[in-house]
Design a protein around this ligand. Structure first.
Ligand code: ASP
Length: 384
C-alpha cells in the first residue's frame, strides 16, 4: 500500500516539464538549456556529510560565522542558529526579517518565528508579534520558560515585555516610505494614485530622486515580496536544532500568519533524522506540511535535496503542475540530515532576482559559502 501510493505520487507530481527535476531525483544529468547564468563560486549540495554544519537561506551568508563559532566551541545547536539569525533580525537593511521588515497593510511590522531543539524534543513559536525585533529568541523563550508551544499577537508582545524584551518601532524610514508609496499606489485616498500625473513626482520626492530606490519600491509594490531566514545546525555529536524567523508577506492583512512559525511547516527537527525549513509563499507550504514531509522522506532514506524536491512536487501537484498558476509564487525548501549532508530545492531556477540562480548559505567549518538550490522547474519564474 505504501509503495503503491508513493509510486502514484511520484508519477503524478513529476508530470510535464518537472521531468527535468525527476531526472535529478533519479540521479541522471540534466539536459542543457541553462538560460539563467550561475552565480560565481556557487557549489552543489553536499553528497557526503560534514559536522558541525550550519545552513540558512542565502540572506544569512554573513551570519553563519557566528553560529559556527558557537558550534566549534561545543555550544548548543539552538543557541548557534538563534545567534546567527539574530544578526539578520537586527539588520535594518534586510527588509524581510525583524527590524526594517516590510509592514502589513496598516504599516505595522508583524513578525513570526519558531524554534525546535532536537536533543530535548521541544519547540517554541510566536506569530503576529509587533514591536519586538528578536522573535527567534522570543520563540526560544516560549520554549524554555513556558509549558506552551505557540503564543500569538498581543499576548506574545506582552509575554516578551514581561521577559525583558525591549519594545521598539520596527519600521525604518526606508520601509515606512515604501509602505507610503504602496498606499499611494493601491488606495484611492492616500493620494496621489497611480493614475495621477503627480505619481512620479510624489514617489521621486519620497525617495530623494534616487532612481535605484524608486525602482526597488516599484518592484516590491507590484510584487509583494516574501522573505525569511530559516537556519539549521547539526553539531559534532549529531544533535540538531533549527529556527525560522520572518516579517512574512509584505502588505499582508493584519494578523496573517505564514508558515515560519508553524512547527512542521516552516521549521521541523527530529534529532534522529535532521532538520528542514522554508522560505517563500508560506500558504503553499502549510498546505503540505513541508517541514514534516521532508523529515519523513529523510527518515525513509532520501538525501536532503531529494526530500526537498519531493515536498516541492506535492506543491506542484496541488496545481496539477500548471506553470501559469505556480508562476504566481516562489518557494524554497532547505534541509540537513544527522550526518551533516545538506541540500535545498527551489520551485523555480532563479532566486529573488530572476537572472540569478537560487542559492542557500552553508558553513561546514572553513568559511560560509553559497550552494546551489536544485530547481523543480528548469526555467526562471515565480512572482515575488
Ligand atoms: N514564508 C514566509 C511567509 O509566508 C515568507 C517568506 O519566506 O518569504 O510568511
Amino acid at each position: 500500500m505504501e509503495l503503491w501510493s508513493r509510486r502514484k505520487f511520484f508519477l503524478t507530481s513529476l508530470a510535464g516539464t518537472a521531468i527535468a527535476s525527476a531526472n535529478k531525483l533519479f540521479g541522471r544529468t540534466m539536459p542543457g538549456g541553462d538560460s539563467v547564468p550561475a552565480l560565481a563560486n556557487i557549489t552543489s549540495a553536499a553528497a557526503t556529510g560534514k559536522r558541525p554544519l550550519i545552513i540558512s537561506s542565502a540572506n544569512g551568508l554573513h551570519a553563519l560565522d557566528k553560529g559556527m563559532d558557537i558550534l566549534k566551541k561545543g555550544g548548543d545547536t539552538l543557541d548557534a542558529v538563534v545567534a546567527a539569525v539574530t544578526i539578520v533580525e537586527d539588520d535594518p537593511n534586510d527588509d524581510s526579517v525583524g527590524y526594517g521588515g516590510l509592514p502589513n497593510e496598516e504599516g505595522e511590522v508583524e513578525l513570526d518565528a519558531s524554534v525546535m531543539h532536537g536533543p530535548t524534543h521541544r519547540a517554541g513559536s510566536v506569530a503576529g508579534v509587533r514591536r519586538i525585533k528578536n522573535v527567534s529568541r522570543l520563540a526560544q523563550t516560549v520554549m524554555e520558560k513556558t509549558n506552551h508551544v505557540m503564543i500569538v499577537g498581543d499576548g506574545a508582545r506582552r509575554f516578551g515585555a514581561a521577559e525583558g524584551f525591549e519594545e521598539m518601532n520596527l519600521l525604518t524610514e526606508h520601509s515606512r516610505k515604501i509602505w507610503l508609496a504602496w498606499k499611494a499606489k493601491s488606495s484611492m485616498n492616500w493620494r496621489p494614485g497611480i493614475d495621477s500625473p503627480e505619481w512620479k513626482e510624489y514617489v521621486s520626492a519620497l525617495f530623494g530622486n534616487d532612481e535605484e530606490k524608486i525602482a526597488y519600491a516599484e518592484r516590491v509594490i507590484a510584487h509583494p515580496p516574501t522573505g525569511t531566514i530559516p537556519c539549521m545546525a547539526v553539531d559534532s555529536n549529531g544533535d540538531i536544532s533549527a529556527t525560522t524567523t520572518t516579517s512574512g508577506l509584505a502588505w499582508k492583512i493584519p494578523g496573517r500568519v505564514g508558515d515560519s512559525p508553524i512547527i512542521g511547516a516552516g521549521c521541523c527537527v527530529d534529532n534522529e533524522v535532521g532538520a528542514a525549513g522554508s522560505t517563500g509563499k508560506g500558504e503553499e507550504n502549510i498546505k503540505i506540511s513541508g517541514g514534516h514531509t521532508i523529515i519523513e522522506m529523510m527518515r525513509k532514506g532520501m538525501v536532503p535535496v531529494d526530500a526537498c524536491l519531493e515536498a516541492m512536487g506535492r506543491i506542484a501537484h496541488n496545481y496539477k503542475n500548471d506553470k501559469k498558476k505556480l508562476g504566481t509564487f516562489h518557494i524554497y525548501f532547505y534541509a540537513l540530515n544527522k550526518d551533516g549532508v545538506h541540500g535545498a530545492a527551489s520551485l523555480w531556477r532563479n532566486g529573488y532576482e530572476k537572472s540569478k540562480r537560487a542559492a542557500y548559505a552553508v558553513h561546514d567549518g572553513s568559511e560560509a559559502r553559497l550552494a546551489e538550490c536544485r530547481s523543480y522547474f528548469d526555467e526562471a519564474g515565480g512572482d515575488q
